[in-house]
Design a protein around this ligand. Structure first.
Ligand SMILES: [Zn+2]
Length: 506
């Protein structure tokens, strides 16, 4: 049928034009209803507030962080979400403790004192007073398994990291555990790399941890010693004394913000889709890396103001027309200080983890391609199609990217959920590689809601997230890890094996 446009009223012509555009799938959504629901101005307002100087970088444990949490909670209330079961209002308290390293640290070989910060640094331990001979223990990862106490009363001298080159907190804590089991009284790890100064400044700073966790590790003292030509032999020939004063500790309180929306389908509402985004950032201080005298407020517009705004957009969009599955919205605190908000949540979930069938986390360091969203873990779950479709509806392409991008999968809150077995990709602003354009703003005071920020992109990004979440929450097929994924077995133990009929949900 051919329609002569001139014979139709203008609003009909416009409506047809919109239909044509959306039929191509390549344009932004111009549905007036959605326009009203998620407008550019409203999303811009959220971002300008969350990234404002007055919030001082939303650092965990500061007033700016609390104000951001309150702002998010009141938006949740406005959209009609309910507070999560067991939460006070919309807040889930995350109890933390800030530990200050011992002021005095001493490591002495037979004849001489090494210089703290320059020759050695205490990684862990407090209130230490010991003196013992040193023995070589390779990487310190060996597990004799026969209960042998071959290092009884000795200081274990070990190579840096483990055999595979890992030196993350988990391998370090395993190392301490194994050496403790063998009877060692302390561990000295030799470091030969180029990042000595970085380690020192990190270890000299106060450190945040969950009050509930880590206390358990009553660790033997752990020191890092800078390697030079003779130090290894010197240590092995010595009886060393190690002393350190008491470390300081202070209780810190911060909140996850949690709101729930009941699903519209009487059966599928038993299943929960969790939408998560951290709202904390690194704060404000002239001492922070990248700070200048003129600007030392790390506003975190991109990291993770964008993700928080997208979470608000999804809450408003979904609450207006609840999808089949129930949805829990979790604005997480304390991500930047070690994924603590998510670590606390997965141990204290507001709805059972085994009913939480999917997590779509939203976090990113910035963008350099506004035609995309980059999804870490895009190809690892069956929600791939829904995410691609939701993104396209907002005029964006969902991009999975290369392995060097996918390694970021393990660097945000999603990994805490993934390790429990829940399929949990991270939805991030568009980038093809983590290049100079990203680093210009990444964890810099320049990460602001200013003229360099693309608010048009914020709108499509937030819509892409909301639509993707909607498709996932409405899909009759329950999302899952792709067969063979490293978390597939963990998922089976969380949800039960679908092949096992006794464990299916009603
Ligand atoms: Zn982030």
């Amino acid at each position: 049928m051919l329609i002569r446009l001139s014979s139709l009223p203008l609003h009909v012509i416009l409506a047809m034009f919109v239909l044509c555009l959306s039929a191509t799938g390549a344009s932004k959504t111009n549905d007036p209803q959605e326009e009203r629901l998620l407008s550019k101005t409203e999303l811009e307002t959220h971002l300008r507030f969350l990234a404002a100087d007055e919030l001082m970088g939303r650092e965990t444990g500061t007033e700016g962080n609390d104000v951001a949490a309150r702002y998010i909670a009141e938006q949740f209330r406005n959209y009609g979400l309910e507070p999560a079961p067991g939460s006070e209002d919309f807040f889930q308290s995350v109890p933390m403790v800030r530990t200050t390293p011992p002021q005095t640290q001493r490591l002495a070989l037979d004849g001489r004192d090494l210089k703290p910060g320059e020759d050695f640094i205490l990684v862990r331990g407090s209130n230490i007073f010991l003196s013992a001979p040193v023995v070589d223990a390779d990487h310190g990862m060996a597990d004799p398994g026969d209960g042998s106490r071959d290092l009884e009363g000795k200081v274990a001298l070990v190579k840096f990291g483990d055999e595979k080159g890992n030196n993350g907190p988990q391998s370090l804590s395993l190392k301490r555990e194994r050496l403790t089991a063998r009877g060692a009284v302390a561990v000295i790890e030799l470091y030969a790399g180029h990042q000595w100064q970085m380690f020192v400044s990190y270890l000299q700073q106060p450190n945040l941890g969950l009050s509930s966790g880590d206390k358990a590790e009553e660790s033997i003292p752990h020191l890092l010693v800078k390697k030079n030509e003779s130090i290894r032999e010197e240590l092995l020939a010595s009886k060393v004394s190690i002393t350190a004063s008491e470390s300081g500790s202070e209780e810190i309180r911060s909140n996850n913000v949690v709101g729930v929306l009941e699903g519209s389908d009487s059966r599928l509402r038993q299943e929960w889709v969790a939408l998560t985004a951290h709202f904390d950032h690194v704060g404000a201080s002239p001492d922070l890396h990248g700070a200048t005298a003129e600007d030392f407020i790390f506003n975190g517009a991109r990291d993770n103001g964008m993700g928080t705004v997208a979470l608000l957009a999804a809450a408003k969009h979904l609450a207006a027309d609840p999808p089949a599955r129930s949805v829990i919205f979790i604005a997480l605190t304390a991500e930047e200080v070690g994924l603590l908000g998510s670590s606390h949540y997965v141990e204290n979930p507001a709805v059972p983890l085994k009913q939480t069938v999917f997590v779509l986390n939203n976090d990113g360091g910035g963008y350099n391609d506004t035609s995309l969203v980059t999804v870490l873990g895009l190809d690892r779950t069956t929600a791939r199609e829904d995410i691609a479709r939701g993104s396209l509806k907002a005029g964006l392409e969902a991009f999975g990217g290369e392995p060097q991008i996918q390694r970021f999968f393990n660097q945000s809150d999603n990994v805490r959920f993934a390790r429990k077995g829940i399929p949990a990709p991270t939805f991030s602003p568009g980038f093809r590689e983590f290049d100079q354009e990203i680093l210009r703003f990444y964890h810099r005071p320049s990460d602001e809601a200013d003229e360099l920020f693309d608010f048009e992109y914020l709108l499509s990004f937030a819509r892409a997230y909301a639509y993707s979440a909607e498709f996932i929450a409405n899909n009759p097929r329950r999302p899952a890890w792709i067969a063979g994924d490293e978390y597939e077995d963990t998922a089976k133990s969380l949800y039960g094996d679908p092949a096992d009929s006794s464990s299916t949900q009603d």
